[in-house]
Design a protein around this ligand. Structure first.
Ligand code: P1T
Length: 383
């Protein structure tokens, strides 16, 4: 089955057996526990909802299908998924190589939470595969990538890096939140684990916080599943329903997000108050050939450098009317934000500036509204 069909149907096949109601939408199983007929064996395969739940199971099947994977696990946030993955695969003394441009919260998890447990991190410019290779140590266990990155939309060669990592026995993790499974499937490129903030395109409506891990290796799955139950940061049944519902329109939404973002990127590129635009769909995008090789579309997030300084940038951000000034991305509504003071405020200033996250950088999550209204809003705000 093709993507849009799987997005609608996988995990939600109606139960037409005797006694099944035939729901075309998986029911929200709110029960925290499940009764059994015998002491030693759960009758329907379910025991307790932290361990597993039928609504969560349905979502996990859908997620695995969309990433072409064997397994998926749904968490209470993207950060919960990331933390559980690290707890499952790393131990004291291990070294991780991470892309230096990452969501600020991921960087904070590494440098402020996990560092305390004796893990070591190196942040490298993974646009150059050779920089990743040069950072490998004897104790390197994991390579952590985002592609495209948040907020600068940098790409890395997932296939090339995963190949090197595999040869050295390291796990390659790719945060696929920005592309969504509609535009990119990192496991097909050789990655081992895909991370999603389901809060973004998967949920799609800014009404749920969730996360996911998607993978095919049975051993890794066993470890992560054990720790998902042990740590307990699972997605609630109602939130699983919301994410499953969101995914059904993922293809339609992503097509519109990408179309609107392309129009806006091209408009901004020609604007006299804009110094540069970061968007994989632009002809001028420096990694254009890599983008067309590993992605099926550019996504709906872009960032641009405003010609003005910090104060004028802040003043401009307050002038938007259709775009809301807010963190997050991937919802149907357009959002504008200031990475240096919002999503990436936890990254030290010197590091931010080195990466290109200046006080004049603005990030847009382009929604699915009418493009003419979005362009007028930009014109008014920048004008
Ligand atoms: O917010 P949460 O669901 O916990 O997901 C964290 C996360 C992980 N990975 C990427 C690439 C992300 O962008 C995020 C969350 N990002 C934002 C809230 C933001 O505005 O960038």
């Amino acid at each position: 089955m093709r993507f849009a069909t799987r997005a609608v149907h996988v995990g939600e096949e109606p139960n037409l057996k005797e006694g099944g109601a035939g729901d075309v939408v998986v029911p929200v199983h709110v029960s925290s526990t499940f009764a059994r007929a015998e002491v030693k064996r759960p009758t329907g395969g379910y025991e307790y909802s932290r361990t597993s739940n039928p609504t969560r199971r349905a979502l996990e099947e859908k997620l695995a299908s969309l990433e072409g994977a064997k397994h998926a696990l749904a968490f209470s946030s993207g950060m919960a998924a990331e933390a559980t993955l690290c707890l499952s695969l790393l131990k004291k003394g291990d070294h991780v190589i991470a892309f230096d441009d990452l969501y600020g919260g991921t960087r904070r998890l590494f440098t402020e939470t996990l560092l305390k447990f004796g893990l070591d991190f190196d942040f490298v410019d993974a646009r150059r595969t050779s920089a990743v290779e040069a950072a490998i140590r004897k104790n390197t266990r994991m390579v952590w990538l985002e592609s495209p990155t948040n907020p600068l939309l940098k790409l890395c060669d997932i296939r090339g890096i995963a190949k090197i990592a595999k040869e050295k026995g390291m796990v390659t993790v790719v945060d696929n939140t920005f592309a969504s499974p509609y535009f990119q499937n990192p496991l097909e490129l050789g990655a081992d684990v895909v991370v999603h903030s389901a809060t973004k395109y998967l949920g799609g409506h800014s009404d749920v916080v969730g996360g996911a891990l998607v993978l095919s290796d049975d051993d890794v799955h066993k470890k992560v599943r054990f720790n998902q139950n042990s740590v307990g940061a699972v997605l609630s049944p109602f939130d699983c329903f919301l994410v499953s519902r969101g995914i059904k329109t993922l293809e339609l939404r992503m097509e519109r997000h990408a179309y609107n973002a392309q129009r806006i990127a091209e408009y901004l590129e020609g604007h006299s108050k804009v110094k540069g635009v970061n968007f994989p769909g632009l002809r001028s995008f420096p990694q254009r050939s890599l983008a067309t090789r590993q992605m099926r579309g550019p996504g709906g997030v872009l960032s641009f450098v405003f010609m003005e300084g910090a104060r004028e940038t802040e003043r401009t951000l307050r002038k938007f009317k259709v775009f809301s000034l807010a963190e997050s991305l991937g919802g149907v509504e357009s959002l504008v934000e200031h990475p240096a003071s919002m999503t990436h405020a936890s990254v030290p200033r010197t590091e931010r500036e080195k990466l290109g996250i200046s006080d004049s950088l603005v990030r847009l999550s382009v929604g699915i509204e009418d493009i003419e209204d979005l362009l007028s809003d930009l014109e008014r705000a920048l004008g």
